[in-house]
Design a protein around this ligand. Sequence first.
Ligand code: AMP
Length: 550
Amino acid sequence: MEYSKLVEIYEKLAATTKKLEKTEIIANFIKNLDTENLQIVIPLLQGKIFLESEEREIGIADKLIIQSLTKLGFSKQEILDKFKETGDLGLVTEQLVKKKKQIALFKRKLSVEQVFYSIRELAELTGKSSQDKKLDIILELLNSAEPKEARYITRTILEELRLGIAEGILRDSIATAFNVGKEEVEYAYNLKTDFGLVAKIAKEEGKKGLKNVKLEIGYPIKVMLAEKAGSLKEALENAKEPAIEIKYDGMRTLVQKDKDKIWLFTRRLENVTKQFPDLVELCKKNIKSEKVILEGETVGIMNGKPVPFQELSRRIHRKYNIEEMAKKIPIQINFFDCLLVDGKQLLNENFGIRRKKLEGAIKEIKGKFQLAEQIRTKNIKEAEKFYNNALKSGQEGVMVKNLLAPYQPGKRVGYMYKVKPEEETLDLVITGAEWGQGRRANWLASFILSVRDEETGELLEIGKMGTGLTDELFKELTEKLKSLIVIEEENMVHIKPKIVVEVGYQELQKSPNYKSGFALRFPKLIRIREDKGIEEADTLERIKRLYNKK
Ligand code: AMP
């Protein structure tokens, strides 16, 4: 299929902010595609060439795009000027390719396959001469592209499609296109986490196929989410038949075992098996069943006490010195759920039964490889005692779960509630920063925070944060953000939106100074949310709700 056909759809999608219209546009487009094209077009519509579980990133920096544009014959100054003007390298590429086309008329129609597989290839290339090869691939694409095509190719390469196609829109589009229920699409997606595959199932096997989707060892799933309770009392009432567990502050871990093979996934679907060889060993030795899927919270432990999540997070994306870090930050895992045992899926079983299966599935090593501590009571006094003890021992709070509830992948359905003594915090995206002064001259010292507009997919500024950071953290954030710098203007830098931070604040105000229309007074860093992607950052909707609640 010609790429230009997809570009037409991109253009239509860009022209509306309405979810329903976006859904219609996508549904009409995909319903007539054959299976092969469907599985290429769906990721391209999402601007996501790789699944999270593929552990691949395109990883092309703006610099390489700029370099490829200079190879097309434009001066770096002209490119940078245009970039400053538009803030979008996609638009810059479009304008420049348009200019070039007037000189050289070279036509070869691009296909969706070529674009998809060329971009995938960019991520496969490693080693010394890989930069040159990457440049060649980008140039080949841009040379064959019409101006509009060039815009979307560039944005896809940079993983910034900017079309606001959230998961919900894709789910609804697949449902409409293939005449199946949204719930069925969502159910299948939560277990398969691949919309391309789900669309294929919907097309070929319809409702029945979607309903028959099963948990599969070796693949991550969307885990069940917790609701926030206003108080312990409220949580106890809502949970009906409550079990109260410690809320450990660590990394949610989906542990899968098939005979002697172990997989570890995070809640963001990343495969972290390599990063936690110590946990893999523990699982191999101490999980009794042959085939299981368990869930637990992995916590960093030092001197018998949990360390802040920030410490543990240094292990999550590590590529080198893995063993060394494993020694430096030892872990403990606290298992709290069991989704499959001896090959039997337990999603529809109630939590009471799942916990029993969990207890039977592992050999506990206290303090290291254990069940999440749990009590069962409706008595508020007993619950409070448990809660206070949890806090005293350095834990985050408690989870209150309904023993009668099934497991609902990917949903926040009120089967478990979190209770913690915390002020309201926000998860925001860092979209810019300023270099520090004096002692902090080599660090980024002030960070621009943005919220997500769910309708448009845009990130809107809401404040600037410079406090709550230790020197260590300033360094760590600077390191993380340096490679994401898009453009520098004097001491200001624009940052590619990738990093989510949890932020506390004193007050939320209306403000004309920021694009979101709101401003945070005294925002303070609580932690970097390694476990969240920008699509999980807080939305403008939530900000409005919080403001109105004031
Ligand atoms: P939050 O990230 O604040 O929404 O809180 C929910 C998270 O708490 C889950 O995603 C888990 O990572 C974590 N957690 C810690 N202890 C437990 C537990 N006992 N049961 C379920 N989740 C837990």
